[in-house]
Every structure is written in C-alpha cells, then in structure tokens.
Design a protein around this ligand. Structure first.
Ligand code: HEC
Ligand code: HEC
Length: 299
C-alpha cells in the first residue's frame, strides 16, 4: 500500500510538473508572438488638405473607427480580461495621442498594415479590413485624423499575464487579436470607383470587415469575441433573400429588420454603419444580392 501511494504521488506530481512545463513553454511561445516584429517599409501616399477630402475622411472615420476609438477618437479601455487588457489608442494630437508622434508613413503603416512605428503588430485593430482602403480613401482618413482637436489622454500598452500569454501560445487568442500576421503586406488589391455597383459594394464590405463576423463567405459566422452572438447569413440563402433594398437601408440606419427585429448595436455595429450614404448602402445590398445563395453556416 505504502509503495502504491508513493508511486501514485510521484505520478500525480509528475503530471503536474508536465502540465506546468507545457504551460510555461506555451507562455514563452505567446510572448514571442506578441513581440514579433514586422518589417514594413515606409509607404508614401498623398495626404490631401482640402475641406472636401477631410469631410470624406470624417465620413469614413464615423462609419469605421469611432466604435472602438470613441466619439472624440481619444481611445480608452477596450478589452479587460482577468488575463490581460487592450486599450484602443488615443488618435488625437493631444498628450498621449498618436497625432503628437505619428508622421504620415506611421499612419499608413498602422491603418493599412496593423503595425506600429516600432514594428510591433497592433492587437485587435482590424487592419485586415482597412488594408482594402485605396490611397485616396486612406489619405482622406489620415487628413481627417490630423485635423482632430487635441484630447489629452494616456492609453496603456496592451498587457497580458502568464495565463494570457499561454492562451496566445495555444492559439486561443489568435484570429481577431494578432492581426498583422493575417495581412498580405506585399501586394495591394485593385479598388473600384465609387459607384452604385456590385464591385463598389464588395469594396465597402471589405473595408468594413463584415466577414470578421458574418464569416468568410458571408453565409454566417461569429466575431472573435467569445461572448459574441452568431451573425446571420447575408447571402440570398438567408433572410436577406427576400429583403428589398429599402429593408436593408432601414436595417443599417435604424437597426430594425424587415420582420421588426431589433439588431443589438453591441453585436452588429449598425450605429456606425448608419453613416453610410444611401448610395453606399445600395452598393452593399447589390453586392450581397449578387452572392451565390448559400446555406446558413452555424458558427
Ligand atoms: C475593433 C476595434 C477597432 C476599430 C474598429 C478600429 N481600431 Fe484602431 N486600434 C484598436 C486597438 C485596440 C488599438 C490598440 C492596439 C495595440 O495597442 O496593440 C488600435 C490602434 C490604432 C492605431 C495605432 C495608434 C498608436 O498609437 O499606436 C491607429 C493609428 C488606429 N488604431 C487607427 C484606426 C482607424 C483610422 C480606424 C478606422 C478606420 C480604427 N483604428 C478602427 C481598435 C480598433
Ligand atoms: C462585430 C461583428 C459584426 C460586423 C463587423 C458586422 N456584423 Fe452584421 N450582424 C452581426 C450580428 C451578431 C448580427 C445579429 C445581431 C442581432 O441579432 O442582434 C448581425 C446582423 C446583421 C444583419 C441582419 C440580418 C438578418 O438576417 O437579420 C444585417 C443585414 C447585417 N448584419 C449586415 C452587415 C453588414 C453589411 C456588415 C458590414 C458592412 C456587417 N453586418 C458587419 C455582427 C456583425
């Protein structure tokens, strides 16, 4: 009996030691992923200074950025987990804001490649979608950001404890968090002209990251946030198959669907998409209706 207990103790102890070793190895791996450097060379794009372009930039920023960076773009706590936190950064030219330090190339690198001036990947920041912005639209966005009134606010660098690093090591916080590794930094997509067309609708869907939640084929999916709700099928195989253009515009403007269902703004960012113009919404709808009729994919 004594002998058995001794061996039992050694086995349990050994098992715990093994788990601890795996945990530490994964934490080291996670640490390495977080400190990975991306070598993105300086990219010069024209930054306009005229009022019309700045207004165009404001239009994009309202639809695509304030949801995370806040109405005044001064950032703040974004995710708080027991194992770590990530702040959305202050983008204004106030104290602690990117606007005080960034030169034009830094803005391009951050928004298009998801990489900060030191070469580190920006966490959660959806650059996989913003990569699709053409030079004209990205230039307008940067012009607007540079024109912001300063807001003094220090935001924190992301931080993870040992558990958080181990989760990253295990790949459990990968897609939706480690963004820069999912971007093709070498090529540029071709952008269509701004018309009410299927192609332009596709562009708007790309820059808005609809696929991040509705799935790669838009037939249904879920955002990387573990608490997120399932995002429905947007192809004609889903409810949108019987929607009319006005139903779609109403859903994006007011959050109420054709069946009277209220879309939760914390799950589906219609409170930001409501800033899309009628023509932009029409283009998105044209594109969605042009997709193959796919069966709903349950995430
Ligand atoms: C889903 C949330 C989200 C959205 C939407 C978003 N961002 Fe971010 N952004 C973040 C987070 C979080 C960070 C900080 C990442 C980090 O520190 O690793 C960040 C960082 C940045 C940075 C780097 C600033 C610095 O000081 O390093 C820039 C620039 C930026 N965002 C611009 C934008 C612009 C422009 C848009 C809209 C086109 C946008 N973001 C939309 C979450 C978001
Ligand atoms: C952050 C995740 C997220 C993003 C990004 C997102 N959606 Fe959604 N969407 C959802 C969720 C979740 C729902 C269901 C919400 C609910 O039922 O309250 C939804 C619902 C919808 C609906 C209602 C569909 C139906 O059958 O009721 C439409 C239309 C829609 N989204 C269009 C879009 C479009 C177009 C884009 C891109 C421009 C987009 N969504 C981007 C998460 C997202």
């Amino acid at each position: 009996m004594k002998k058995f207990l001794k061996w039992f103790g050694i086995s349990v102890g050994g098992l715990f030691a093994l788990i601890a070793i795996v945990f530490f190895v994964m934490a080291l791996k996670g640490s390495a992923s977080l400190s990975r450097k991306f070598d993105i060379s300086d990219e010069q794009i024209p930054i306009p200074t005229d009022a019309e372009s700045i207004a165009r930039g404001e239009h994009w920023v309202k639809a695509e950025c304030i949801g995370c960076h806040g109405d005044d773009l001064s950032g703040g706590p974004f995710v708080e987990f027991p194992f770590g936190y990530i702040d959305a950064k202050n983008l204004t030219p106030g104290k602690g804001g990117a606007g005080t330090e960034f030169i034009d190339q830094d803005w391009v690198r951050a928004i298009r490649h998801g990489v900060n001036p030191e070469g580190h990947g920006l966490l959660v920041m959806p650059a996989t979608a913003f990569w699709y912005f053409n030079d004209e639209d990205l230039g307008a966005i940067i012009a607007y950001l540079k024109s912001l009134p300063p807001v003094d606010k220090e935001t924190r660098e992301p931080n993870f404890n040992l558990l958080g690093k181990a989760l990253i090591g295990f790949g459990m916080l990968d897609k939706g968090v480690l963004i820069a590794k999912y971007i093709d930094h070498e090529t540029r997509p071709v952008a269509p002209s701004a018309l009410v067309s299927i192609d332009y609708g596709n562009y708007l869907v790309n820059v808005s990251g609809c696929v991040d939640c509705h799935g790669p084929t838009l037939a249904g999916g879920k955002s990387a946030d573990p608490t997120a709700k399932a995002a429905p099928n947007l192809t004609p195989g889903g409810e949108l198959g019987i929607w009319k253009e006005e139903d779609f515009i109403k859903a994006l403007r007011t959050g109420v669907t054709s069946t009277g269902r209220q879309l939760d703004p914390a799950q589906m960012p219609w409170e930001h998409y409501k800033y899309f113009s009628d023509d932009e919404m029409k283009a998105i709808f044209l594109y969605l209706q042009s997709l193959p009729k796919l069966e709903t994919i349950a995430p």
